[in-house]
Ligand binder design. Structure first.
Ligand SMILES: [Zn+2]
Ligand SMILES: [Zn+2]
Length: 175
């Protein structure tokens, strides 16, 4: 994975689908000072949060800001952890997921909501880490203990959670 160049407004953000570093279209809220005579549109500061809608113009992927910060797991990553996404047989417009322990979820009209709920479930139940090299996700059971920890990390940097069982690179907890 390339180092993320975003350090200011798009801190840590990247498109989860195509890997673009932006710019992204974020559905921001702007507070406008309006007097009886009209709106003062000078000095507007848009505001948005983790839950704001966010679109990548490069590939048209749409999600929320949190997804673009790597805080959410993708469908593929969730399936790798043992989640399954299924069509609700009672109402085929809905989809639901089952956890790795085969617990079914409630039904969702929108697949992206189901993925987001499964992602929240995964982060609650497991300690999920993502590999800094190959990008694969692992839980605390599949991570390997880090060899030569002191040689591979700089003091003051983010502490890795383990070693990737696939490529051997360092993995970091995702929050
Ligand atoms: Zn994209
Ligand atoms: Zn890896």
């Amino acid at each position: 994975m390339k180092k993320n160049p975003n350090e200011m407004m798009l801190m840590g953000m990247t498109c989860p689908k195509c890997g673009s570093f932006g710019p992204f279209e974020i559905a921001a809220i702007i507070a406008v000072m309006v007097s009886d005579g009209g709106a003062d549109i000078g000095g507007i500061e848009p505001m948005w949060g983790d839950e704001s809608d966010c679109t990548c113009p490069a590939c048209t992927h749409t999600g929320i800001v949190e997804d673009f910060r790597g805080g959410s797991l993708s469908k593929k990553e969730l399936e790798a952890l043992g989640y399954e996404f299924l069509v609700d047989q009672d109402n085929k417009a809905f989809i639901y997921f089952t956890t790795p322990d085969d617990e079914p979820s409630e039904s969702f009209l929108d697949e992206s909501d189901a993925i987001r709920a499964a992602s929240a479930n995964a982060k609650e139940v497991y300690e999920i880490s993502r590999c800094g090299n190959c990008g694969r996700v692992h839980n605390e059971q599949t991570l390997v203990a880090i060899k030569d920890m002191s040689e591979r990390t700089d003091p003051g940097s983010v502490v890795p959670s383990g070693e990737c069982p696939d490529c051997g690179a360092l993995c970091y907890l995702i929050g």
